[in-house]
Write a protein that binds this ligand. Sequence first.
Ligand SMILES: *Cc1c(COP(=O)(O)O)cnc(C)c1O
Length: 375
Amino acid sequence: MKQKSFNCIRVSSRALQHNYNIIKDLAGANVPVMAMVKADAYGHGMVMAAQAFAGAGCKNFGVAELREAAILREASIQGAIYVTLGFLPEDVGLIFHYDLIPVIYDFATARLLADKAMALGQEIGVHIKVDSGMSRLGLLPDEIPAFLAGLETLPGLRIAGMMSHFPEADVSGSASTARGYQIFSEVCREVKSRFGGICHIANSGAVLSFPASFCDMVRSGISLYGYHPAGRSAGVIKDALNLIPAMSFVTRVVQVKTFPAGSGVSYGHTYRAEEPITLAVLPVGYEDGFSRLFSNRGQVLIHGQRVPVRGRVCMNMCMVDVTGMENVRAGDEVVMMGRQGNECISAEELAERMASISYEVLCLIGNNNQREYIE
Ligand SMILES: *Cc1c(COP(=O)(O)O)cnc(C)c1O
């Protein structure tokens, strides 16, 4: 679609590369960084983001499902692509066709891959997902020995790695992180001594605060997009890191009107003006990822100034209070997220207003609007 919307997500490839370089420096020369580009690169546009990271030297990419990996390959992204969540049995051939690295957590999938590999006269390298305390996807540590014994009966399949995930790596010094790492490293020691391969567990939180867990590779998501996993509570540490948020969300005013005192605003009249009020109507609503939770509590930037959302956020519109501001007109630029003049609204600020995290805000806003890549 070529026609443009009023609303535009701007993504800076330079910011993505800057952040990649920071994480790469923290990981060190011998530890590659897997760029997590699932969820359309946390709303930043998967192919463009992967190209930006590749341009900065990244050779490992992580997605959730096979269809995302296929899109990356169709866009000529080189290097290793890890499918961390899985694939439908009928798509097993595409793992080979696109030269992907499947992460497995059950024997049925292992057998399916092995059979396909044999049929093609190839070998498939897999990574095994271990659940070391997340209580989510993966094999529990005590299931591993039997699983490995099963894999040894499958010619065509090679154990190329082990991975796990931390539930609380953004909480510095958390006991679950140390414990999870200990459990994982015991499994890794055993598997590596028998089969070789690489191990990886560190997400952004661990990259930033638990260097002992780097193993053979780290997997970074949120930090590459410019945010600290702990949000604004990360405070000083975060400032010292100098990550740059890559995404901003701009729109423009579509109408400005003044109403008398006593006027109710938007559905349900949940805001009532006590004095005469001037409202700017914005073409942004919850369908654009600007949550209805911002009703009567969001803020946006117009002419470099913070102005409040009045009344409920509608499906594709919302109203902001520009009473007393000079010269606000239809067509003026509005920043929903990002910087304008000396003011800045971060994904973290929006997240706090909706009792969520920057990750969700980036996905919501990024994946529901047109994107434009800038330098
Ligand atoms: C998304 C994801 C990551 C990245 O997590 P961040 O907190 O964004 O760094 C790492 N590993 C796996 C398996 C993931 O799914």
